[in-house]
Design a protein around this ligand. Sequence first.
Ligand code: PMV
Length: 329
Amino acid sequence: MNQATALAHPNIAFIKYWGDKDPDLRIPMNGSLSMNLDCLYSRTAVEFDPGLKSDQLTIGGRVPPEIAVQRVNRFLDQVRHLAGFHTFAKVTSENNFPTGSGIASSASGFAALSLAASTAAGLDLDQRELSRLARLGSGSACRSIPGGFVEWLPGGDDESSYAISIAAHDHWDLHDCIAVVSREHKQTGSAAGHVLAASSPLQKSRVTDTGRRIDFCRNAILYRDFQAFAEIVELDSNLMHAVMMTSQPQLYYWQPATLDVMQCVIEWRAGGFPVCFTIDAGPNVHVITTGDNSAAVMEKLNQIPGVLEVLLGQPGREARLIDQETGGK
Ligand code: PMV
């Protein structure tokens, strides 16, 4: 087989990855925890074709900016190296959600690309090997390989840094109501942001305390304790954004509507509603709630001025191969 198509979900980090120990291998400064988001996906087809003179990439039917093309070329070089051949590939990828605005399109994109490219190259990688490969494309992509609730074990080298599932997608019906306040492509991507993390005087304490937050959050997930979960998730998001804002140069991903949504969420929880927020490297706010409350949360979010739309993500499964003809999920 020289072609394959794979589907992978983005993931939302509850305990965030920010900063690398080794930027080339994307070995993170700290471990992280996330949930895959069903409904949202990247679907990527890869075909190695001896007739090609270079790799060909389209995302959503368009050729992306040169920097993205080069990143995919370098990634495919790793796959070719593992497979022991030099053939170029045609890569066709689609996302069913906005790209590059803090909804982790690089995570689902590189997870789907890892599975499709390694399969098309005839490699038969197990889940740990796939997670390590996806990590080379984008750190958080390693968390979109296993299913459900996922922990990235930071490790110290290429072998030991990969993600595992800590609970299946049907363990806890948490919903992520994503309040989209901007569809613009962010100015500073996470790759550049990871480099800046070390320039914040707050990064060291954030990293040092991560083991505690991971244990607390993992337990909250395993025991389905929403109150404990909400507190640690908001704290972790705030810690990462504090590092971003105090980096040199400073990085502000929030917009006024971002803060409006955060304040509403804090008020709703104070009023007894099970909700909490978390924000990645973009202005959009992920509002997490339990399945029985998500319709009400979406309705409330839609009423906040500045919220353009609300997307819904439910706990998602692992990255998987799909039938190219039907495109079936
Ligand atoms: O995998 P990257 O390089 O896109 O970094 C992801 C960074 C955050 O989304 C902000 C946090 C995380 O853990 O997903």
